[in-house]
Design a protein around this ligand. Structure first.
Ligand code: GDP
Ligand code: MN
Length: 381
């Protein structure tokens, strides 16, 4: 689950990480009032679940309350990576001497939380990793012992040489780790971590992603979810207990099982197509889930063909067939549908589809190739 910058900052502040104050506005008027209260130059920052807001025009300095109002008006009209900006954070502007990066992610390869720090922080850490990897330090943390003070000092020395700044930074990194672990994070990031001309170290941006599996035992964190800021299709999918991730392609995929869903997406790409989504209807699918799945996928205007890839084990393929029939009766499809199914109750499924003027294939390669050809008008290889 993504949370907003202002929410991540509230968490980080509780852990004593130094962060300038801030307040959220959803109208230009509110932005002006808050800016006047803070006085001086403020930063107006789009609150959306997307990185690279700075580059997209979502982070602006305002010298006066009036300017804050007009910049807030502009930013509140933006869409950043497809997500409309509904709130802005107003925060007093800090003077920046240097910008560094500090983040923690869960690394599946080493099965550990890994710190990444770089003195070349600011906007694009991916670029630093690609072009000047020597400016990046990766440090896996052994979860048995936790993040030790000496490790924090080692990382802080990679960023700064001034001892006061090193000490302050070591403390920030330790507290960031604590916030990450105690709140069920899969990512916690400060970019930029800045030094000011008078030597203070401050976090000017905060990002946190919470592991969905941690939410049940953390109702206070779960309450931070802002559905209005999520892709509507992902909200709908969660409510229907489907695992769904929207992607940019045009082949809509409905698959049972995460592994098969991954394999299906790989195969779509292999045959020259681009998947429009990842969608796992789960192991024991009832027809209603299939109906929800089709609703979600057909709502995406990019989808030019839909591919069902069902391997019936626990999943009964006749349940899926019934779901397809119900869904297409309710909402006749405007794009071609390719069905591949095999396994439990296959004969019954084929009969149900046949009685409703539909057919299915059993070979996965053929089905994927056909769906890709239909989606691309035969242009893909
Ligand atoms: P992001 O682009 O979504 O990561 O948004 P950030 O909050 O990281 O802001 C992007 C950039 O705006 C930072 O790297 C800074 O250069 C600048 N910026 C953000 N806050 C301040 C501030 O308080 N003062 C100044 N001078 N610049 C800021
Ligand atoms: Mn940032």
């Amino acid at each position: 689950m993504n949370i907003h910058e202002y929410q991540a900052k509230e968490i980080f502040r509780k852990y004593g990480i130094p962060i300038p104050p801030g307040e959220v506005a959803s109208t230009p008027q509110e932005a002006e009032v808050i800016a006047r209260k803070f006085g001086g130059t403020v930063v107006v920052k789009a609150q959306v679940h997307a990185g690279g807001r700075g580059k997209a025009g979502g982070v602006k300095l305002a010298r006066t309350p009036e300017e804050a109002r007009s910049l807030a008006r502009q930013i509140l009209q933006l869409k950043i990576k497809g997500l409309p900006v509904q709130k802005v954070l107003i925060t007093p502007a800090a003077d920046i001497a240097t910008e560094a990066y500090a983040g923690i992610i869960v690394d599946r390869a080493s099965k550990r939380p890994v710190f990444i720090v770089s003195p070349a922080g600011g906007i694009d850490i991916e670029e630093v990793a690609a072009k000047t990897p020597e400016k990046l330090l990766r440090h896996p943390v052994d979860p048995r012992y936790g993040f030790q003070p000496y490790e924090a000092m080692q990382l802080a020395f990679f960023l700064y040489s001034d001892f006061k700044q090193v000490r302050a930074t070591a403390r920030i990194l330790s507290q960031l780790y604590k916030a990450f672990i105690e709140n069920g994070g899969s990512l916690a990031e400060i970019n930029p971590l800045v030094t000011t001309p008078n030597g203070d170290v401050l976090a000017l941006d905060a990002k946190m992603v919470i592991d969905d599996n941690e939410l049940d035992r953390r109702p206070d964190i779960a309450a931070l979810r802002d559905e209005s800021a999520e892709a509507p299709s992902e909200v709908e999918a969660r409510e229907a207990s489907l695992t769904f991730i929207k992607l940019d392609g045009n082949v809509g995929c409905v698959v049972n099982g995460a592994g098969l869903a991954m394999a299906t997406m790989d195969l779509v790409k292999y045959y020259g197509g681009e998947p429009a989504n990842f969608l796992d209807i789960g192991g024991s699918s009832n027809p209603e889930k299939v109906v929800s799945a089709l609703q979600i996928i057909t709502a995406d205007p990019n989808v030019k063909a839909i591919l069902f890839n069902i391997f019936g084990g626990i999943t009964r393929t006749d349940d899926v067939a019934n779901g397809i029939v119900t869904a297409t009766k309710q909402n006749p499809l405007k794009v071609p549908l390719v069905i591949r199914l095999t396994g439990t109750n296959e004969e019954i499924a084929l009969k149900i589809l046949g009685e409703n003027g539909m057919s299915a294939m059993t070979d996965m390669d053929e089905a994927v190739q056909k769906a890709v050809a239909l989606a691309t008008g035969g242009k893909a290889a």
